[in-house]
Design a protein around this ligand. Structure first.
Ligand SMILES: [Zn+2]
Length: 107
């Protein structure tokens, strides 16, 4: 893990301003609760890769096509894929939001 990743929450992948966990890097109690329930979410990540079309996809638009997925879980998985797994990339350098555009990284 490099320094760039060291400053990011292990759940939502946003930059951490205050770590709320001793063992992991987590930015908020919300992330801590989600993280406890679901440390990794490979199924969701695979699913996200499947539903993305070629080129840039707005997160809002992809999210509107899925059912029964928690919004925070969804956007956090995307954040981890962008910042940790590097299977996705974003159009802008800002933190990921529902209005961000993402694209698959070609291997
Ligand atoms: Zn977080």
């Amino acid at each position: 893990m490099n320094l760039y990743n060291a400053s990011r929450c292990e759940y939502c992948a946003r930059i951490i301003y205050k770590n709320v966990s001793g063992t992991y890097k987590l930015c908020s109690l919300k992330c801590k609760n989600y993280f406890k329930k679901n440390k990794s979410n490979d199924e969701l990540e695979k699913f996200i890769l499947q539903i993305l079309s070629k080129g840039w996809n707005e997160i809002n638009v992809i999210f509107s096509t899925v059912n029964n997925i928690d919004k925070f879980k969804f956007i956090s998985a995307i954040g981890r894929m962008v910042h940790f797994d590097k299977t996705l990339k974003t159009k802008s350098k800002n933190e990921i939001s529902m209005r961000s555009f993402i694209s698959k990284v070609k291997k």
